[in-house]
Every structure is written in structure tokens, then in C-alpha cells.
Design a protein around this ligand. Structure first.
Ligand code: MOS
Length: 752
């Protein structure tokens, strides 16, 4: 590992590091998008359609307009131009719901915004929005939960560009399946799930002439800037997006939603700053969700457990106009060795708001299905499910024909099994008891992509001995402030409490989206390059200052380690603190800029790069009172080098909690009559809470993935959710004998 520190025990890398932004958060000084205040600030509240399919034939705003404190009621006629944005190069111009708000009178999903009330206070705007009367030509919505693929061409548009519906194929999977002695053919269903970050989505829009500043809880400020610049016909330089803190996102804040454009347009029309905070109900309607997916998985195997065929055909629900693809096949083609494989998908349009990425998009529902099928195959083969995975461990990525950069799934399984006590499992259903409870044990493997986005960053060294690292990425609660501080501290020798981190602002060097669990891996090379460039400037100052101890030296003779400038040949013992070098020269600061290329989406990679892991789950079952609980979890993750074990553990624990919700509780239900999501609040949309959460044991392997970056770090944000539900349903089967193939597991499923 390249390091600038002589004493590696002092390196902040790999240390359990509390959040550097923690004090700001717990003292309420952290400013979220809706916390920014401006003179003359107005409040906007959208009017939501109360049908899911049809047309607005009339909007009566007369009463609302006369209400006290109301500034305007906007609709298509008076909101002014909001243009359509298009996909650009790289990560630019990405939107799941492409239609600009108010673009036509057609309502395609329940809760679609049809008007916007703006008032002096939130209360006046809220009351005015409620007073707007809409008349509709209403048609029956299609929110059917039975998903059959629509008639679409072989290559289709998605939110990120064109994709082939036949995702991966090798050998003849159909024929091999037909001839296989042991077969599994099952369909697995995952319901619509809604992200529920605690922080509601919000926009505060401020115009100054033709310069627009937006305060938004965005997981990607640069993409948001490019979309807004297009929607309002502005040069990109005229739009600034600021996201200092995000109260979590889970993917719902990755791409812009229509409320943002509405706030911007209202602020433009009224020439005042406007704030719009989406309600919890709207969070279920207009800012994305994980779509419902139906997956048929067919496995064929030999009697001794070698896979001969794997087929996955899946359908995801999508919105009427948009092109979301839930990539459930992402991991299927490489996770196991199998000579004959087929992965294909279709989509089914429904009258729902656009789906979007939700934590572990694609792979999370995908692995639920394929790992469940593996567990069913193990049962048929009377084989330990861990053993089945060992038997089918691939030597290379068989879908791309390239080696894995670093894959230690078998070590995860071994360690997980040992920590959990898996060898004591009696596979007979209902056979294991403790304290009068029936125990169920289940397991599953998991994986998640590892790659880098392109990044720019800067590092400053200052004459007071502090440093500042800047990168236009975001901290969505995962610990990016802390990771950037650790990286800068390690390279400059400045202690963590003297490192300033600037992120969440398009005026900073362009940073990556907070998505795909890729920020940490992505920022390392750019921050390191920036720190090296800053050191280069420092050497220039050191050698160019009369009276400096380095005056007679060439910059190339100098080194910078642990905060000291020294002559390489002399070693650090005679080094000078960088602050002294700067002060002597009367230089306040030197800045280095760094840049790194992305690897994400590389069509011809040298290595197949992913993180891996497994979950072992114990449930307890009390048939007398139909009580099912997740009682114990052991999760092992192979995510390369872990830079901050405290934050990494938080991520995996949080994902496991979400996994309990996915397996047992979470589902958004649409009323077939109205098309409304009927459990659109935190009382009726049940999520796992503290009382549902058992002891969670998390272990990390330590195999740095040196193909990815200089520290060998991959990501940990999403992988902990992958595979988890399959481990739970397998444990449920072990306890109860019931195979539940449609999530979440409901008590009525078990009353048989
Ligand atoms: Mo994540 S769904 O990439 O925010």
C-alpha cells in the first residue's frame, strides 16, 4: 500500500473513526436543504391529482387565490416554460421521470402534480393547495400486480440509455434444463417498496437575475445542475446546486424529481426565493420507489449438485411514460459456474409514478430470487446450501471471460458458518427447538458491483497547519465527510480535527454521485493526486523562498510525509512542518488539483470487480401464536480494505435492518380503484424498527482489491441488503415448512 506516513500506526486509514460531521448533526447546526432561510422566502405546496389515469378538464383556483397570504396558484398556463432535458454524456442529464411538470393535462399516476400553491407561509400555501378544485375525465387505472411483459423491441431505452432485453446468454440453457436430472422452476415476487429516508425531499430555489442557486438534498449535485440548466434554458455555469447534508436517500434522491423544477419555476415567476418540502404522502407518489418485480428462475443440476443450467426471466413494473429498468440480472451471469445460462427481462407499464433505484437496485431483488432458487435446489438435492455454493464456485467471471480482481465468497461462507454455528444445523423442517421456540436457520450469498466514477478533487495546505479537501460529491449519511477527512489526513499528516472537508456544491471540483456504493473507491485516486499536487506546489515554495532551509535544493530532491517537508537524502528527522515553510514565504495556502478516470461501465474490463458476502439468519417461530421473529444474524462481507470499520459496520447493520423489513414487512399497496398508494405513511407502511432487530454480527474480510484503487477499498453501502431476504425466507421454510416466494412473508402465509 503506498503511504506517505512513516509511522503506519498513526494512519487514520482503517481506524474506527467517528463521523467528523457528527457534532454538527447532534447540535442541530447541520443545514439540510429545507433549513436555509432567505429574506422574502415563500413556501410552495403542490396540488396532487386524486386520480391515477385520465385528464384534468378544469382547475378551479379562484377560491384558493383569494385566501390570505397566497401569492400565486400555478398551473400549466402561468408556470412559464419548463423544458425537457435529455441524457448527456457520462453521468449527465439523468432523470427517471422525464416529463416536465405540468407538460400536459394528462394524469398518469396518483399524486402527479397538477398545480402549485405559493404563499407567505407554509400554512397559507397548504390551505390554498387544499382549496384548488380539479375536475377530471377519469379512466380506470392499471395498477395490476400481475406482471406480464409489454410488447417491446429487443433493445429498449432505459433511464441510462439503450439496453438489450436478452442480457446474458451462454450455451443452450433451455435444452440443458430439459435434460437436467434435478430441476427447480419457481417464480419469485418482490413488491413495490418505497424508500423512506427520514429527511423529506425538499428544494429551496433562489434566483439572482439569471443565476440560479438550489438547495436540494441531492445524491448527485452535478447531474441535478445539468438537468436544471436544460430545463430552464441556462448555461450550466448559471446553476449552482448546494447539498451540505442529506438525511439519507437510499436512491430516491439520486435523480431530479418534478417538485424541484416546480420550485425553480415558481421562484422565477414570483422573483422571490421559494421553498418546497414534499410531504411524507408525496414521498410514496412522486419521488420514486423500487418497482414490483416478478422473476421466474429455472435451475438444472446434476444429482451431485453441479449446476448445468440457469435461467432468469423477469418483469419489472414501470411508469406509463418512463423507462426504468430494474436490473435483476446484474449478478446472475457471474455469481455461479454454469455452462448454460439465459438472463432476459421485460417491463410492464402501470399507472404509478416512475420507479427508481432503491438501495441495491437490481441485484437486491435479483439475488433474492436466484439465492432462493439455490436454496430450493439444495433442499431437493438434500445438500447443505453452503456446500451447493462451494460446488458451484466459479474460477473466473464466466459471463465476461475475465478473472475476478478479488473474490473471497468461499472464505465468507466459511467464516460465517463458523461464527453462526451452521454445522449444528439439522436440516429437517421444524426439528430445531430452543426455549419452547421453533428455530429456523437459513443462509444466502450476496454480491455487489465495485467500480469507480470519474472524480476531480482539490487539496489545500494552509499556513496554520490545516488542510482542506474539496470534492463535489455528497455525504448522504454514509460517512463521506469522514472518509475524505481520513484520506486527506493520511496524505498530509494533518490530524483529523484540522482537516476541513468541503463537498455537496457544484462550485467545487466535479465529484461523483452518491450511488452504487462507489464514492469511497472513486475518490481515493483523485484525492491522492490532489494531495501530491499540493505537495508539489509546496516544494516550489520551499525552494523558491530566500532564507528557506531548502533554498538551494531542487524540488525533485524534496519529500512530504507526515506533514513535514524534508530532503529525501536526509530523511524526515530534519524535516520542516509545511506550515513553517508557507509562513516563511508569506504564502497563506497552496492548492493541488487531482483527477481520476472512472471504470464504471467499461465494456472490456481486465477484471470482474465486485464485493461479496453472505448472511446466516436464525428465525424463531411460535406456531401457537403465529409469531415470527428474526432472532440472530451473522453477516460476512468481502469489500476489500475497510477504511473506516465503524462507518462500514453501520452500513451493513443498516442494510440488514432494511433486509428484515424487506423480508417481513415492506410493501407499497396500490388501491385498484383509485390507483393510490394506500399505505402512504409511516404508520401503515411497516418497516423494521428497533424492536424487530436482533443482535447483528458483522465481519469483514481483509483482502484489499488493488485493481480498484491504491488502498484496495471497495464499497459497503448496498451489499448488506443483497441476498438477505433469501436467507430469511430459507430460515422461515426451515422453521415452518412453508416456502414463501412473494415478499414480504405474511403471517397468513404461515397459517397452513
Ligand atoms: Mo443507491 S440505490 O445507488 O443510492
Amino acid at each position: 500500500m503506498p503511504t506517505t506516513q512513516a509511522d503506519s500506526t498513526k494512519s487514520p486509514i482503517g481506524q474506527r473513526t467517528p463521523r467528523v460531521d457528527g457534532p454538527l448533526k447532534v447540535t442541530g447546526r447541520a443545514q439540510y436543504a429545507s433549513d436555509f432561510k432567505f429574506p422574502g422566502l415563500l413556501y410552495a405546496v403542490p396540488v396532487e391529482a386524486t386520480i391515477a389515469n385520465g385528464r384534468v378538464t378544469a382547475l378551479d383556483t379562484a377560491a384558493a387565490e383569494k385566501m390570505p397570504g397566497v401569492r400565486a396558484i400555478f398551473q400549466r398556463a402561468n408556470i412559464g416554460p419548463i423544458f425537457r432535458s435529455t441524457l448527456g454524456e457520462g453521468f449527465e442529464g439523468i432523470v427517471d421521470e422525464r416529463r416536465p411538470p405540468f407538460a400536459d393535462d394528462v394524469v398518469r399516476y396518483y399524486g402527479q402534480y397538477i398545480a402549485l400553491a405559493v404563499g407567505d407561509t407554509f400554512e397559507s400555501a397548504r390551505a390554498a393547495a387544499d382549496a384548488v378544485r380539479a375536475t377530471y375525465a377519469k379512466e380506470r387505472p392499471n395498477v395490476s400486480t400481475d406482471l406480464k411483459p409489454d410488447d417491446e423491441p429487443d433493445e429498449i431505452e432505459t433511464s441510462f440509455g439503450p439496453v438489450k432485453r436478452l442480457q446474458s446468454v451462454r450455451g443452450d440453457a433451455e435444452k440443458a434444463f430439459a435434460g437436467a436430472p434435478v430441476r427447480v422452476d419457481q417464480t419469485y415476487v418482490t413488491p413495490t417498496e418505497t424508500h423512506n429516508p427520514i429527511e423529506l425531499q425538499a428544494t429551496t430555489a433562489v434566483w439572482d437575475g439569471d443565476m440560479l442557486t438550489i438547495y436540494e438534498e441531492s445524491q448527485g449535485v452535478f447531474n441535478l445542475r445539468s438537468v436544471l440548466a436544460q430545463m430552464f434554458g441556462l448555461p450550466k455555469e448559471h446553476v449552482r446546486v448546494i447539498t451540505k447534508f442529506v438525511g439519507s436517500g437510499f436512491g430516491s434522491k439520486l435523480w431530479p424529481w418534478t417538485h424541484c423544477a416546480l420550485a425553480v419555476a415558481a421562484a422565477r415567476q414570483l422573483k422571490k426565493p421559494v421553498k418546497l418540502v414534499v410531504s411524507r404522502r408525496m414521498m410514496f407518489q412522486t419521488v420514486g420507489h423500487r418497482p414490483r418485480v416478478q422473476q421466474r428462475v429455472r435451475l438444472g443440476a446434476t444429482p451431485d449438485g453441479k449446476l448445468v443450467s440457469l435461467q432468469q426471466d423477469y418483469v419489472n413494473a414501470q411508469a406509463i411514460l418512463d423507462n426504468y429498468h430494474e436490473d435483476c440480472g446484474e449478478a446472475t451471469a457471474f455469481q455461479y459456474s454454469v455452462p448454460n445460462l439465459w438472463v432476459a427481462f421485460g417491463r410492464a407499464r402501470r399507472n404509478v409514478g416512475s420507479p427508481t433505484a432503491m438501495r441495491g437496485p437490481g441485484a437486491v431483488p435479483g439475488l433474492y430470487a436466484t439465492e432462493s432458487a439455490m436454496n430450493e435446489l439444495a433442499e431437493q438435492l438434500k445438500l447443505d446450501p453452503v456446500r451447493l455454493r462451494v460446488l458451484n464456485e466459479p474460477k473466473i467471471d464466466e459471463s465476461m471471460g475475465v478473472p475476478f480482481s478479488s473474490r473471497h465468497l468461499l472464505e465468507c461462507l466459511e467464516l460465517g458458518g463458523e461464527k453462526f454455528g451452521w454445522s449444528r444445523r439439522n436440516p429437517a423442517v421444524g426439528s430445531m427447538k430452543r426455549d419452547g421456540l421453533t428455530l429456523g436457520w437459513g443462509m444466502a450469498g450476496c454480491t455487489w458491483v465495485a467500480a469507480r466514477f470519474p472524480v476531480q478533487a482539490s487539496v489545500q495546505l494552509r499556513d496554520d497547519g490545516t488542510t482542506r479537501v474539496a470534492c463535489g460529491t455528497q455525504d448522504i449519511g454514509t460517512g463521506t465527510y469522514t472518509i475524505l477527512a481520513q484520506l486527506a489526513s493520511q496524505k498530509t499528516g494533518v490530524p483529523l480535527d484540522k482537516v476541513e472537508v468541503a463537498l455537496g456544491d457544484t462550485s467545487l471540483p466535479e465529484g461523483p454521485i452518491s450511488g452504487g456504493s462507489m464514492v469511497t473507491a472513486s475518490v481515493i485516486p483523485a484525492v491522492y493526486a490532489a494531495a501530491d499536487a499540493a505537495a508539489g506546489s509546496l516544494f516550489g515554495v520551499a525552494t523558491g523562498t530566500p532564507g528557506s532551509p531548502f533554498e538551494k535544493r531542487a524540488a525533485a530532491d524534496l519529500a512530504f510525509e507526515n506533514g513535514l517537508v524534508f530532503v529525501k537524502a536526509d530523511g524526515p528527522a530534519r524535516g520542516v512542518p509545511f506550515a513553517d515553510v508557507l509562513r516563511r514565504a508569506q504564502v497563506r495556502l497552496v492548492t493541488g488539483n487531482g483527477k481520476s478516470e472512472g471504470t464504471f461501465g467499461d465494456p472490456k474490463p481486465k477484471y470482474s470487480m465486485h464485493s461479496y458476502g453472505c448472511h446466516f439468519v436464525e428465525v424463531t417461530w411460535q406456531p401457537e401464536i403465529a409469531r415470527l421473529r428474526v432472532n440472530r444474524v451473522v453477516t460476512v462481507i468481502d469489500a476489500g480494505r475497510i477504511l473506516n470499520p465503524l462507518a462500514a459496520r453501520n452500513q451493513i447493520e443498516g442494510a440488514v435492518v432494511m433486509g428484515i423489513g424487506m423480508a417481513l414487512f415492506e410493501h407499497t399497496t396500490y388501491d385498484p380503484q383509485t390507483g393510490a398508494p394506500i399505505n402512504s405513511n409511516l404508520a401503515d407502511y411497516v418497516m423494521a424498527v428497533n424492536a424487530d432487530v436482533p443482535p447483528i454480527e458483522v465481519h469483514f474480510l481483509d483482502h484489499p482489491d488493488m485493481e480498484l484503487n491504491a488502498l484496495g477499498a471497495r464499497g459497503v453501502g448496498e451489499i448488506g441488503l443483497a441476498g438477505f431476504a433469501a436467507a430469511v425466507t430459507d430460515a422461515v421454510h426451515h422453521a415452518t415448512g412453508v416456502r414463501v416466494r412473494e415478499l414480504p412473508v405474511k403471517i397468513e402465509d404461515l397459517l397452513v
